[in-house]
Design a protein around this ligand. Structure first.
Ligand SMILES: *[C@@H]1O[C@H](CO)[C@@H](O)[C@H](O)[C@H]1NC(C)=O
Ligand SMILES: *[C@@H]1O[C@H](CO)[C@@H](O)[C@H](O)[C@H]1NC(C)=O
Ligand SMILES: *[C@@H]1O[C@H](CO)[C@@H](O)[C@H](O)[C@H]1NC(C)=O
Length: 426
C-alpha cells in the first residue's frame, strides 16, 4: 500500500513537472508568436492535468456534504455545511460534483449557491433537502434554494432526490387562504437563475412555499423526469415557472399542484413541452402577460403530448388589459383532457386583482394552433376565446378538436376550423 502511494506521488510529480515545462515552453512560444506551437502545448497540458486527475482516488472530484459537517438527521441545521461544500465544489479545478447522499434529510435555511464555478458539472441530490419551517430563517424572502451563474450544470436527483419546501406554514399565512392576512410573497423552493446549458433530471420537488421550480434568465435548458407535487388547494404553488429563458425542453414530467403546472411568462422563447401529465393544478398557462401596462413577448411554444385530469384549465393564454407586445407562434397538440374546467381558453380580459379598469391596449395573441385535442369538460364551456376588441386574436386554428360536455364561447376572434371540431365557435 505504502509503496503504491510512493509510486503515485512520484508519478504525480513527474506529470506536474512535465506540464510545468510545457507551460514554460508554451509561454516562450507565445513570446515568439508561434501560434501553432502554443496550441499544441496547451492541449498537452490539458491532457496531463486530466491524467493527474485520473490518478487521484475515484471520489476526489465528488464534494460530499457529509465531509463538510452536514448531519443529514433532518433536525440539525446543515446550511453552513452546504455553504462550505459549495465553496469547495465551485472552486475546484477538474470535473467536480456537488453531492448530497441518499437516505438522509438535510435541513436548510434559505441558501444561495452562486457561481461562476471553475468546473462544477453536477449538483447531485440523492437524499432529501428539507426547508426550515421558521419563517425568520429566510434572509431572502423570495428564494429558498437559489442556484445562479453556473454554466454547463446538471441538477440530478438520481430518482431518489427530493426537494421539500414544507410549505404549509406559508400557505396558512397566504392572503388567498386567510383573507385577514396581507398579501406577501413566499419563497420559491428552487430558483435556477442565469444558467446556460442546464440539465434538470430525475428530481422530485414537493410542497414548495410558493413556486416549486422557477427558471429565470437561462438559455439551453433540458428538464426531464421531474415529479412535482403539492395539494390542489396550496396557494400560488406553480410547478415550473419560466421567464426570460430561451431554448428549453420539458419532457416526461408529472405535475400535480395548487397553481399552474407550467407557467410561461414574459421573455420565454422556443419552449418545447413533451409528455406532460398535469393535475390537480391550473394547467399550462401562458401569462399573465401585460400586467401593470407592461410589454411582454412570448413566442415559439410547442406543447406536444400532454394529459390533463381534473385541472382548472387545460391550455390557457391570459393577458391583462392595458399591456402590449405579443404572444405568438404557439402550438398545442396531441392532448387529452379529462374533466377539465376550461380545457381551451384565451382570456385577454384577465384580472386577479379586486378591480382592473377597462383599457384598450392589449398583448397581441397571434398564430395559435390547437390540434388533436380530445376529452371532457367539467363545465358547460369547453372553449373560451375572450379576446380584446381593439386587438382581436389572430390566426387561431382548431384542427381535430373534440371536447365533450361543453359549448364554445368566442368573442373578437375569427377561428379557422379544420377537420372535425366540436364544440364549434360558429
Ligand atoms: C460549456 O460547454 C460548452 C459546450 O459544450 C463549452 O464550449 C464551454 O466552454 C463550457 N463552459 C464552461 C464554463 O465550461
Ligand atoms: C392524438 O393525441 C393522442 C393523445 O391525446 C395520441 O395518442 C394520438 O396518437 C394522436 N393522434 C394523432 C393522429 O396524432
Ligand atoms: C370576457 O371577459 C370579461 C371580463 O372578465 C367578462 O365580463 C365577460 O363575461 C367575458 N366574456 C365571455 C364571452 O366569456
Amino acid at each position: 500500500m505504502a509503496r503504491c502511494c510512493e509510486l503515485l506521488a512520484v508519478l504525480l510529480c513527474f506529470l506536474l513537472m512535465l506540464s510545468w515545462c510545457e507551460a514554460l515552453s508554451s509561454n516562450v512560444d507565445d513570446g515568439y508568436g508561434h501560434e501553432d506551437g502554443s496550441f499544441e502545448s496547451d492541449s498537452l497540458i490539458k491532457l496531463n492535468n486530466e491524467d493527474i486527475l485520473r490518478l487521484k482516488s475515484s471520489d476526489d472530484d465528488t464534494v460530499n456534504v457529509l465531509n463538510f459537517g452536514a448531519k443529514g438527521d433532518g433536525k440539525t441545521d446543515d446550511t453552513q455545511a452546504f455553504k462550505k461544500a459549495w465553496k469547495k465544489a465551485c472552486s475546484t479545478n477538474g470535473v467536480t460534483n456537488f453531492f448530497v447522499p441518499k437516505g438522509k434529510t438535510f435541513l436548510l435555511k434559505s441558501t444561495r449557491f452562486k457561481g461562476p464555478c471553475k468546473s462544477l458539472r453536477n449538483f447531485q441530490i440523492r437524499g432529501t433537502l428539507s426547508a426550515s419551517t421558521k419563517r425568520s430563517d429566510y434572509k431572502d424572502k423570495n428564494h429558498w434554494l437559489l442556484l445562479e451563474d453556473v454554466n454547463n450544470l446538471s441538477v440530478d436527483g438520481g430518482s431518489t432526490g427530493i426537494i421539500n419546501g414544507n410549505g404549509k406554514i406559508w400557505w396558512q399565512n397566504s392572503c388567498k387562504i386567510d383573507k385577514s392576512k396581507p398579501c406577501t410573497t413566499a419563497p420559491t423552493a428552487l430558483t435556477l437563475y442565469n444558467l446556460k446549458n442546464l440539465n434538470v433530471k430525475n428530481l422530485r420537488v414537493k410542497n414548495a412555499q410558493q413556486i416549486q421550480i422557477s427558471i429565470e434568465k437561462c438559455n439551453n435548458v433540458v428538464v426531464s423526469n421531474v415529479v412535482i407535487t403539492a395539494p390542489g388547494d396550496s396557494p400560488n404553488t406553480d410547478g415550473i415557472h419560466i421567464t426570460n429563458t430561451q431554448n428549453i425542453r420539458v419532457s416526461k414530467s408529472d405535475i400535480g399542484t395548487g397553481d399552474d403546472c407550467i407557467s410561461i411568462e414574459d421573455g420565454t422563447q422556443n419552449l418545447q413541452i413533451y409528455d406532460l401529465t398535469c393535475g390537480p393544478g391550473h394547467g399550462i398557462s401562458i401569462g399573465s402577460l401585460g400586467d401593470d401596462n407592461s410589454k411582454s413577448y412570448v413566442s415559439g411554444i410547442n406543447v406536444d403530448g400532454a394529459k390533463f385530469s381534473g385541472s382548472d384549465n387545460g391550455v390557457r393564454i391570459k393577458t391583462y388589459q392595458g399591456g402590449s407586445g405579443t404572444a405568438k407562434n404557439i402550438k398545442f397538440q396531441n392532448i387529452r383532457m379529462e374533466n377539465v374546467k376550461n380545457p381551451i381558453i384565451i382570456d385577454q380580459n384577465y384580472c386577479d386583482k379586486d378591480t382592473c379598469e377597462e383599457q384598450e391596449s392589449a398583448v397581441q395573441v397571434k398564430n395559435v394552433l390547437y390540434k388533436n385535442i380530445s376529452g371532457t369538460s367539467a363545465t358547460n364551456v369547453a372553449i373560451t376565446f375572450n379576446c380584446s376588441e381593439k386587438y382581436p386574436c389572430q390566426e387561431i386554428v382548431l384542427e381535430n378538436v373534440n371536447i365533450k360536455g361543453g359549448s364554445a364561447s368566442c368573442k373578437n376572434v375569427n377561428v379557422n376550423e379544420r377537420g372535425t371540431v366540436s364544440p364549434k365557435c360558429s
